[in-house]
Design a protein around this ligand. Sequence first.
Ligand SMILES: Nc1ncnc2c1ncn2[C@@H]1O[C@H](COP(=O)(O)OP(=O)(O)OP(=O)(O)O)[C@@H](O)[C@H]1O
Ligand SMILES: [Mg+2]
Length: 448
Amino acid sequence: MDIKEVLQFADELVFVQTGKHLDDIQDTVIKGVWQGHTYEEIAAQCNRSESHVRDVGYKLWQILSEQLNEDINKRNFRSVLSRLQITSSPVIIQNNNHNFNFYSSYQTKDDDNTIKNDDKKQLFANDLTLSPKITHFYGRETELQTLSHWLINQNNRLISILGLPGIGKTTLVKHFIDLNLQKFDLVIWKSIKLSHSLDNILTEILTFTKSNHSENNKLTQFLNLLNQKRCLIILDDIQEIFILGQFAGQYKPEYKDYKTFFTKIAEIEHQSSLILISQEQCQEMLCLDEELYSVKCLELSGLSNIDIFHKLKLKDEQIWSNLIDLYGGNLVYLKDISNVIKNIFQGSVADFINEGFLLTEDMKFQLDELFNRLSPIEKNIISTIGKFSQPVAREHLKATISLSSTELINGLQSLNRRYLLTTIETEKTLFNLSPIFQEYVKITEADK
Ligand SMILES: Nc1ncnc2c1ncn2[C@@H]1O[C@H](COP(=O)(O)OP(=O)(O)OP(=O)(O)O)[C@@H](O)[C@H]1O
Ligand SMILES: [Mg+2]
């Protein structure tokens, strides 16, 4: 076990007990103790008093002792963890280039906090190496409840988390996992950005779980795994397998096998779930009938309550919600803009809003990437809608744009599947762009 694995392991245990990840001091204490340093030395490293560090250490040993059902203290920390590793073989630590999380055999607790001795999980090894570590999490209570219901109560097999770039899809799913890790036998996180082909992903998972597999039975073996254990498999950045410059959710020719894969996961009976995280929706993610199918789809909109404004000590709290609306509740944009307000407007949100709308270079770059994914028809629709100052009905659009009825309807549908349009339901459906896209279209049209 190396120090990275020790920290990951301790972090998971502390999170299970406290709902919080290791903070910097706890991190330093664990590292220091693992490396045989005294509290005095560790205190000097993190610029704290020795008594404070001792206190942090004491609380940590208490948590770890409870979680592992072992009496752990500074002196035996390293030996107990090493012993657990030895006794809980087979332990999977390395696979290809990745280090994987190590979870030793320890007693798990059920919801009412009683230890279930007879229901001990012998060993569960999760691969969350490629997932982000979440240190701050705001809101999303409803979404977390929905996920809990779909995954834990209903055991749905295929769940998509969809929405614009930066809206918080990855963060939400990882936070859900942090809260519910013990409810699954095996949790594996993969990013399509890093291993594109389905074949590679299946090979990595089967090798990690030490499942026997040959070149031609990987899918069957994978389905067996989903049947034998309660697995939660996450595939992030699914939009990477879709074609750029065409309607949303069209598979690149080399990734067509994902289509059959998603359908099979949804149709075949097993006890596991696959979560797809994507900026674009495809046909297989559509939830046609809530009751009949084990397919669900969570479309994320922006956050409405954000703590960073307090942290950055921004002024004019009464109009913070205007700022959040302007930037669609997108934390990536809001963090960026908050820094501008702090540095250039002395923290005054009112002054900033009076100045007009601002797209930073980072935002433009991100929006360029997003708009480069669109088909020519969608670009045409977006720039036409951008010219209206009010939400516009399809009939009105049709009269203005040089597209056939089919092209217009398919284009609108595709933009919906990318979450680029907002709709208002009156007698007719009205289409609109969010303020940030409206501004982006204005700027790019002016640059032409
Ligand atoms: N609920 C939240 N609480 C705290 N931070 C959040 C929350 N949601 C998102 N963030 C922050 O916003 C940023 C973007 O979030 P995230 O990476 O989850 O977006 P995404 O929807 O997965 O984007 P992409 O499609 O580009 O992968 C991250 O830095 C994350 O820390
Ligand atoms: Mg993401």
